[in-house]
Design a protein around this ligand. Structure first.
Ligand code: SF4
Ligand code: SF4
Length: 390
């Protein structure tokens, strides 16, 4: 046993896939569409009402915190009818017994209409929209089934969310193309009213080789640095960029808001449409299946030794280069799914983006030190803007 490790100090968290990997788009880099291949004999990838009810009941039972967060993820979540989510809310009312409930849903935005937006507003959903930047960036890879562009359809959805005053955040996948437009990308997000901003670097393998749309490691660092330099002078405390907030959290020794920058992971599983539970959304492979909710409880699966080890491996399987690295406390080797290269000494398990992360963390160090000092003195980190603009 690992006595020093408390992987589930955070609430246990299981993301739901109500329609499996089914999606109305065909983004070139999507890592999830192929998951349909895990279930070759299945025609309908829809979660049954009975399974939904069981999940909601067990999820409440497994949660120790007063507020319980449900995260709906795809495939494309809006390909389930609205009545499915109405049923989910119905079960939440029955089994939540007055507990505070939060619902977050991730969508590509194309199917948003007034009806969906009214529903999200009335029921306090937080909507995550996937947009890869301004039109020329977004349409590079985010295409529909006929290979048509999707930017204007997504923007129509964003306008509807704004019209109905639905809370939303944006998630941009950074690839080999849009990585060259960091400020255009960031300013575009700000211009559409997004206050909470996430960037996710694309790192995939095809037949064992890096995919052509992967973000080059050095450029990923330059991308983060360009946006950071603008943010730290103008936007601290107004716009929340997940990477920067989580980096500051690591700098002051708090838990970062994103698993990839934590020392350990393993507290965030995923349940597929048929009740199969996996270690993580990025590890939906047979080897990482924890079981099925029809046979085992969520608590049993998420607290199993297998899942605990999965979380521990994030640190334990780091190569020596990371363990000796002076920015390990901030980087933590990032996500294990991206650890696909070898160190100069030939040790496997180095992160594909290492070069970029090292550049980024060494660049932001003096700024992070300043914001840390402000926080420790109970002053807002946003004071850094005044200092830099003197
Ligand atoms: S494998 Fe990566 S995405 Fe999954 S929980 Fe760990 S750090 Fe997060
Ligand atoms: S910067 Fe590179 S060597 Fe350092 S912890 Fe991150 S991945 Fe490892």
């Amino acid at each position: 046993m690992h006595a020093t490790y408390a992987p589930f100090a955070r609430p246990l968290y299981v993301m739901l896939k109500p329609i499996g990997a089914v999606c109305n788009l065909r983004c070139a880099y999507c890592y999830y569409l192929e998951k349909k291949g895990l279930y070759p004999d299945v025609n309908r990838f829809t979660m049954s009402d009975e399974l939904l009810e069981q999940f909601v009941k067990e999820y409440f039972e497994s949660q120790t915190s007063p507020a319980v967060n449900f995260t709906w993820h795809g495939g494309e979540t809006l390909m389930r009818n609205l009545s499915f989510y109405e049923k989910a809310l119905h079960y939440q009312r029955i089994y939540g017994r007055g507990r505070q409930v939060e619902n977050s849903i991730q969508t590509n935005g194309v199917l948003l209409d007034d009806r969906w937006c009214r529903f999200f507003k009335e029921n306090n959903f937080l909507v995550g929209i996937s947009i890869d930047g301004p039109q020329h960036c977004h349409d590079k890879y985010r295409r529909d089934v006929n290979k048509g562009p999707t930017f204007y359809k997504v923007m129509k959805g964003v306008e509807l969310l704004k019209k109905h005053e639905v809370d939303f955040n944006v998630m941009g996948v950074v690839n080999d193309y849009n990585v060259d437009y960091p400020l255009e990308f960031y300013r575009f997000f700000k211009s559409i009213g997004a206050q909470f901003i996430q960037f996710s670097p694309i790192v995939e393998r095809i037949d064992g080789k890096p995919a052509p749309w992967n973000v080059p490691a050095g450029k990923w660092g330059d991308f983060l640095i360009a946006i950071f330099d603008e943010w730290v002078r103008n936007d601290v405390g107004t716009y929340y960029v997940q990477y920067f907030d989580s980096t500051l959290a690591n700098w002051v020794g708090e838990k970062p808001g994103v698993c990839t920058l934590s020392k350990y992971c393993g507290h965030a599983g995923v349940m597929e449409f048929n009740g199969d539970v996996y270690s993580c959304d990025h590890f939906v492979y047979p080897a990482y299946k924890l079981g099925n909710i029809r046979q085992q409880s969520l608590t049993e699966m998420m607290y199993s030794e297998k899942q605990q080890q999965f979380g521990l491996d994030k640190y334990e399987k780091l190569p020596q280069q990371c363990k000796n690295c002076d920015v390990l406390f901030a980087c933590h080797g990032e996500c294990p799914k991206n650890r696909i290269i070898s160190t100069k000494d030939g040790e496997p398990g180095l992160n594909y983006l290492c070069e970029g992360y090292y550049k980024f963390y060494t660049h932001v160090a003096p700024y992070m030190d300043y914001m840390k000092k402000e926080l420790l003195n109970k002053r807002p980190p946003a004071n850094i803007m005044e200092y830099l603009n003197q």
